[in-house]
Design a protein around this ligand. Structure first.
Ligand code: PFF
Length: 457
């Protein structure tokens, strides 16, 4: 294994610091915006059940693998893979994991900018303007406005990263995550107590077997990757900052609970409110991106205390998006530190430049550059597709192959058992040996078939 190079490695103060930072990474736009509409579309309770089973088995396997490899090698993904071999497959495996967050954080920050803009407008009291049909489209069609909100959001991310792991990433997570939970509980109570909302609660929680299909599993699996921040280098990086006495299994369980609890609260926030507003029309829930920026503002404008609810909701989403964006950028910075031997400030500035350059293409893709279309997608949608549907399954496959073919399941068990019993070892071994690669193959093939129009997800 390689010795530590030039820069001293950062670390979290203990398990709580790691759990809150990892949960901060996991809880993001994926939980609040993506999970509710997928759950509604793919059968409510049935989707939830499939999601929970997958998260506790397949998701668990991947979280444990990445954190254990990170902690074992004390390296972000490129260095972690290189610790086991110098040949091309090792380099490719490491770099694919490392590049994904660098490609995600720019477009993620564009959406973070949209969220900040909505929060600002709610604070100004513009609740009814935000509820206009054309508000969102007019906003994203104005290049200068989208770009400035995007740059503002990105600067906060970079500032936190420059500050460091313990005092930046960990401290921000320790402040924002508890506030996020309190806000989530408030907005959920507000939402489920609206007249007519109970019908939506039932729709979200009670399984409807007639909605169960193959796509329920595929969609739940894709969402699990997205939501748990798996296969994007983050957990390798965070694993490399964990001390050897931190109980990895317990930490993983806490991250799972945190991420799922917020996703379920988000479902309870959004689905009943939209249900009450639309008179029980489930089609309104399948709106995708427009759900949060178009439908929800209408719901708030038509309900009592709509401005307060709007402020709380978008503040919650902003915190969730910020902590996730910070983790994505941290993963990139850590790769630069490890591979280039740069100090944190220089590495953070390089990451900042990358965010601004690549992100601007996504920010301007809905206005100045709206003539650009890649495989029929806008620039932002293309980056989302490339990372989530193509690169992430390949990155996860690389991790599985590294463990099964090179590192060995025993070494992973040893790493976990250094700090605790490995209670879910049987499930872990079963998934690692047989099921994980099959599941990943299913996601990859289904996503490509979806884009080619062969199946519809
Ligand atoms: N896991 C976070 C979320 O659910 O929003 C952050 C995230 C990372 C989202 C990577 C999407 C993504 F592709």
């Amino acid at each position: 294994m390689k010795k530590d190079t030039t820069v001293a490695r950062s670390s979290f103060s203990g398990r709580l610091g790691y759990v809150l930072a990892a949960a901060g990474s996991a809880v993001g736009l994926g939980n609040i915006w993506r999970f509710p509409y997928l759950a509604a579309k793919y059968g409510g309770g049935i989707f939830l059940l499939v999601y929970l089973i997958l998260m506790l088995t397949f998701g668990y396997t991947l979280i444990v693998s990445e954190t254990a490899l990170g902690r074992m090698t004390r390296r972000s993904p490129v260095g972690a893979f290189a610790s086991f071999g110098k040949k091309l497959p090792f380099r490719l495996g490491g770099w694919i994991n490392a590049i994904i967050p660098m490609l995600i954080v720019p477009y993620y920050s564009v959406i973070g900018g949209w969220v900040a803009k909505y929060l600002f407008e709610y604070i100004k009291g513009n609740t009814s303007s935000l509820a206009q049909d054309s508000y969102f489209t007019d906003f994203i069609s104005t290049g200068s406005s989208v770009e400035s909100w995007f740059i503002g959001f990105s600067l906060i991310v970079i500032l936190v990263i420059i500050t460091g792991v313990k005092y930046g990433v960990e401290r921000v997570s320790k402040i924002m995550m508890p506030i996020l939970i309190v806000l989530a509980i408030f907005v959920t109570i507000y939402s489920v107590t609206r007249p007519g909302a109970l019908e939506g609660v039932r729709y979200f929680l009670i399984p409807d077997l007639s909605h169960f299909s193959w796509m329920t599993i595929v969609a739940a699996m894709g969402q699990m990757f997205y939501s748990l921040s798996i296969a994007m280098g983050i957990l390798y990086t965070y694993g490399s900052y964990i001390k050897k006495d931190v109980d990895l299994e317990k930490a993983t369980a806490q991250i799972e609970v945190f991420d799922t609890a917020i996703a379920m609260l988000a479902g309870l926030m959004i689905i009943p409110a939209v249900f009450a507003f639309s008179g029980g029309d489930p089609d309104m829930l399948q709106a995708g991106p427009s759900l949060m920026f178009i439908t929800l503002p209408k719901v708030f404008a038509n309900m009592g205390f709509g401005t307060v609810a709007g402020i709380m909701f978008f503040l919650l989403v902003l915190f969730a998006a910020l902590t996730s964006a910070i983790s994505l950028a941290e993963s990139g910075v850590s790769t630069f530190e490890d591979q280039l031997g740069w100090d944190r400030t220089r590495a953070s500035i390089l990451m900042g430049v990358l965010i601004i350059v690549i992100g601007s293409a996504s920010a301007l893709g809905s206005n100045v550059l709206d003539f650009v279309s890649i495989l029929g997608m806008s620039i932002l949608d293309f980056f989302d597709f490339l990372t989530n549907s193509i690169l992430m399954p390949i990155a996860a496959l690389a991790t599985c192959l590294l463990i099964t073919q090179v590192v060995g399941l025993d070494k992973i068990a040893q790493e976990i058992e250094q700090s605790s019993a490995f209670k879910r070892k049987k499930i872990y071994n079963l998934f690692m040996k047989y099921l994980a690669s099959v599941c990943i193959g299913i996601i990859l093939v289904s996503s490509i078939a979806n884009v080619l129009g062969i199946i519809s997800m």
